[in-house]
Design a protein around this ligand. Structure first.
Ligand SMILES: Nc1ncnc2c1ncn2[C@@H]1O[C@H](COP(=O)(O)OP(=O)(O)OP(=O)(O)O)[C@@H](O)[C@H]1O
Length: 375
């Protein structure tokens, strides 16, 4: 748990004094990812750097697990928090192994324990230890160096990670991928993460909660859903962007919008004439054939008309399935490129979970905004 209590920071003094952080109070829960978001100069980096005493506090206090950092030795405090920055900060004349092993060596771990830890960390950031351990940072791409930066920050298994625009210098495609990998890693590691960003997309994707700053003050501290649907003022809504309905689509998963009991499911054992009757009776243009819990294809009255055998003989295979955790943005994007009126939603094992239509997506979005207007 990290608790900021009325934290202030003033750079310089007298006439030259610059108030960079003004009276910030917020709490970050264990295992939570909080993104500090805001325009350049709003004080987010300063607040992050005060957390591990890279900057002194001018007023107020920061408590880590209930202890004021004022009482803690800066070196020990920094060792207990991993720190990742945009410029990566790897030592160019040390190998990847030596870069990652730095803190474990300071902590006087056994050589074999360090070897194991470095190999393990390289694997979890998707770099092959055999290939990369003995290389120098300059022999790696920017994205690979940033992975090493993450591995190094995790070396001594700190509970807290401070990350200052860690993926900011990576090109958009690799950035997206490294963000995805990092979130998968976090789902396992459950670190408490303070993450500085000025990119709203990144914040929505990574954060459990987003703290939006302006001119050294905290404007809103909320979940991505709340920031998008209930921005506190014009500054937040402008910062989030006019396309916030589209951004909401990136947050909601197919499973949250799907129809879980569609009426057009046809069991694979059924004969085609019976299936045709079922479609006519329910006034459906398409039936979903389900065998052993999995959608194996679709049938239409046209496909069934002259068939007498099992419905599976008449069925056409689906071209696309939607995974239940797929964001609605991607589902809608496929829908717009495709002539299907609906998709089957499946779980990891391909089991049928429901169907999703354009209408389901629209209804879900409206639900979000209804909550908004009810407030
Ligand atoms: N060492 C310093 N000396 C004097 N002023 C500083 C110093 N560091 C930061 N500032 C000022 O404090 C304010 C907050 O800076 P900070 O770096 O925390 O902002 P930021 O939101 O992280 O911006 P960016 O996204 O551009 O890094 C700015 O006005 C900045 O100019």
């Amino acid at each position: 748990m990290i608790e900021y209590r009325n934290v202030r920071k003033v750079y310089g003094n007298g006439q030259d004094a610059v108030p960079a952080v003004r009276d910030i109070s917020l709490q970050i829960k264990p295992g939570e990812v909080v993104v500090f978001l805001g325009p350049s100069g709003c004080g987010k980096t300063t607040l992050l750097r005060m957390t591990n005493k890279l900057e002194d506090i001018s007023g107020g206090d920061i408590l880590v697990d209930g202890r004021s950092i004022r009482e803690l030795n800066p070196v020990q405090l920094r060792r207990s928090m991993g720190y990742v920055i945009q410029q990566i900060g790897l030592f160019p004349n040390k190998t990847i192994y030596e870069n990652i092993a730095m803190i474990p060596r300071v902590l006087k771990w056994d050589k074999s324990k360090i070897d194991d830890r470095v190999a393990h960390l390289l694997k979890i950031v998707k770099l092959d230890p055999e290939t990369y351990s003995d290389r120098y940072p300059a022999e790696l791409s920017g994205g690979q160096q940033q992975r090493v930066g993450v591995a190094r920050a995790l070396a001594a298994d700190p509970d807290i990670l401070l990350m200052d625009e860690p993926f900011g210098a990576i090109d958009p495609i690799n950035r997206d991928q490294i963000q995805d990998e990092f979130m998968r890693l976090q789902a396992r590691l459950k670190k408490t993460i303070v993450f500085v960003s000025h990119d709203i997309h990144e914040a929505i994707k990574m954060a459990d909660r987003i703290a939006i700053f302006r001119g050294g003050q905290l404007v809103q501290f909320d979940t991505p859903e709340m920031i998008l649907t209930q921005p506190k003022n014009k500054f937040v809504s402008d910062f989030v962007g006019a396309d916030r309905a589209l951004k909401v689509l990136g947050l909601i998963r197919a499973r949250d919008a799907m129809n879980t009991s569609p009426k057009n499911v046809i069991p694979a054992e059924m004969k085609s004439p019976e299936a045709l009757d079922r479609l006519m009776e329910k006034n459906r243009k398409v039936g979903i054939v389900v065998e052993n819990g999995k959608p194996v294809g679709y049938v239409t009255p046209k496909l069934l008309k002259f068939e007498t055998g099992p419905v599976t003989d008449a069925a056409e295979p689906f071209q696309i399935f939607v995974e239940d955790d797929e964001p609605l943005r991607e589902v809608l994007s496929s829908m717009l490129m495709d002539s299907m009126d609906f998709y089957c939603v499946v779980d990891d094992n391909g089991h049928f979970k429901g169907t999703i239509t354009y209408q389901n997506i629209q209804d879900k979005i409206m639900e979000f905004y209804e909550d908004d207007t009810n407030e």
